[in-house]
Design a binder for this molecule. Structure first.
Ligand SMILES: [Fe+2]
Ligand SMILES: [Fe+2]
Length: 167
């Protein structure tokens, strides 16, 4: 089902479609993070990825809660955007030889993922409020807050440590 397929007639339909998009994306991120943990050399970065893997598993659970609250089946729809971001991260990581440079590449890739999630959750929260579902919005807000915190942590790691070691 494409974004502008005629199966989507109302804002509510669009909300459910986008919930399914981010649900798929979160599950792909759960699959991708263990490899990033393995590839990271910087101890802080490794730890940061591990923490965010735990949070990401919880994002999946919170989304399942929102599906339930909204009375629709929890299922994913293909999200070529997140597949592309993860694929590009794999490609670049495969090209990097130096461990410190690889850490910088992993941070860049992870921040692309976080920003994708942030834009999706921002929209979903606005739509949930418009649809009269502040309860759904507040569960989604918890995920957004953790994405923002993860992104900020990655910026700090890069600027304090990783970029300098890579230079
Ligand atoms: Fe997430
Ligand atoms: Fe995330």
């Amino acid at each position: 089902m494409g974004l502008f397929s005629r199966d989507i007639k109302t804002l509510d339909d669009l909300f459910v479609h986008q919930l399914r998009d981010i649900y798929y994306a979160e599950k792909q991120i759960v699959q991708a993070l263990p490899e990033m943990i393995e590839k990271a050399s910087d101890a802080g970065l490794k730890q940061g990825f591990e923490t965010h893997l735990g949070e990401t598993k919880n994002h999946v659970k919170r989304l399942e809660q929102v599906f339930k609250m909204h009375g629709v089946e929890a299922k994913g729809v293909d999200c070529p955007a997140i597949d592309g971001i993860i694929e590009e991260a794999d490609d670049v990581a495969g090209e990097v030889d130096d461990n410190a440079v690889l850490d910088a590449a992993l941070i860049a890739a992870a921040q692309a993922v976080e920003h994708y999630e942030m834009t999706r959750y921002g929209t979903l929260i606005a739509w949930a409020k418009q649809l009269g579902r502040p309860d759904c919005a507040s569960v989604l807000q918890q995920n957004l807050d953790e994405e923002k915190a993860a992104d900020a942590k990655l910026t700090t790691l890069a600027e304090r440590n990783v970029n300098r070691k890579a230079a």
